[in-house]
Design a binder for this molecule. Sequence first.
Ligand SMILES: [Zn+2]
Length: 175
Amino acid sequence: MSDSSIVCPENLTQEQQDLFWMNRAQELAIKAEEIGEVPVGALIVLDRQLIAEGYNQPISQHDPTAHAEVIALRAAGEKIGNYRLLETTLYVTLEPCPMCASAMVHARVKRLVFGAFDQKTGAAGTVFDITRSEKLNHKVDVLGGVKEQQCREQLSAFFRQRREFHKQNKRNKES
Ligand SMILES: [Zn+2]
């Protein structure tokens, strides 16, 4: 499912690399949106190389755990033949929920980079901090807010459209 031929150019700074991969994650979020899912995209990078990607699909898969990050983590484990994803960086357009943040701790993901902050269920510092909890045996380095505005707008446009759609539906039923 992932296109592992994608490699980040060598001469980029860390900041440029983060933007490079976040652009890709946003493209994956669009794939989720195209099938009617909340637009969230995630991917995993090891040594500047894409090893796995995923986008949100709990509704279409009838799977409450099919968040973009979980799909990417599963694919990455399969790809490298190990349930520990040491030295990897996970990019995701929205701050992970508690389930996904916890899965990253289990996987020993080294670094998490996310776009929009999630004021409702964000578990990488906003509502909970599972990624840097003293009570857990692994901490993930976290950088939030990369392309924050674009990622946030991608989500709010989706929810705005969905509200409009439901309103329109209701009107159609009433008339
Ligand atoms: Zn999640």
